[in-house]
Ligand binder design. Structure first.
Ligand SMILES: [Zn+2]
Length: 159
């Protein structure tokens, strides 16, 4: 398969771990997927199966994390619910300017809003093992690295 970028070289397939920055989060690695790499221009094309399932698994990990959601996590969760900024404001009972402040990180989401968002995700995605009372609420907890591995057709967190 020819590279779509330079239209010169043939893409070479390898199995690699992939730092999945496209999801908007900086701490996500996909373990052992097929990546097409152009030896000419360096263009990279990851082949990610079942992206919807991958995003569901990520959403599940995010709502179970300790401490406040980061701006990037809020954006990720909103998108994973398929909501626009206006939808988000409606579901969260706030106005749109508030959404923008949360998503740009200019204002931290207060705990009740944070928990409301997690609850919406848990309900929307039928996540049954989320228990808000188990969360540790401490600031400055760095998001832990998330490593996802495909097991047959289901994305699971890798050890
Ligand atoms: Zn190329």
């Amino acid at each position: 398969m020819k590279c779509r970028n330079c239209e010169q070289a043939e893409m070479v397939e390898t199995q690699e771990n992939y730092h999945y920055r496209e999801c908007g989060l900086d701490n996500v690695t996909i373990v052992g997927i097929t990546i097409r790499r152009c030896p000419g221009c360096g263009n990279i094309m990851p082949l990610i199966p079942n992206i919807e399932g991958l995003h569901d698994t990520l959403a599940q990990a995010i709502i179970k994390k300790n401490g406040p959601l980061t701006a990037a996590e809020i954006v990720f969760l909103r998108k994973s619910l398929g909501w626009s900024g206006a939808d988000f404001a409606r579901h969260m009972h706030c106005d749109k300017s508030q959404v923008s402040k949360w998503e740009h990180g200019t204002v931290e989401m207060s705990k009740p809003y944070d928990l409301l968002l997690r609850e919406k995700v848990a309900t929307g995605k039928k996540i049954t093992d989320y228990h808000s009372e188990e969360l540790v609420w401490r600031r400055n907890i760095k998001p832990r690295p998330l490593r996802l591995k495909l097991q047959k057709t289901v994305w699971k967190e890798a050890a």
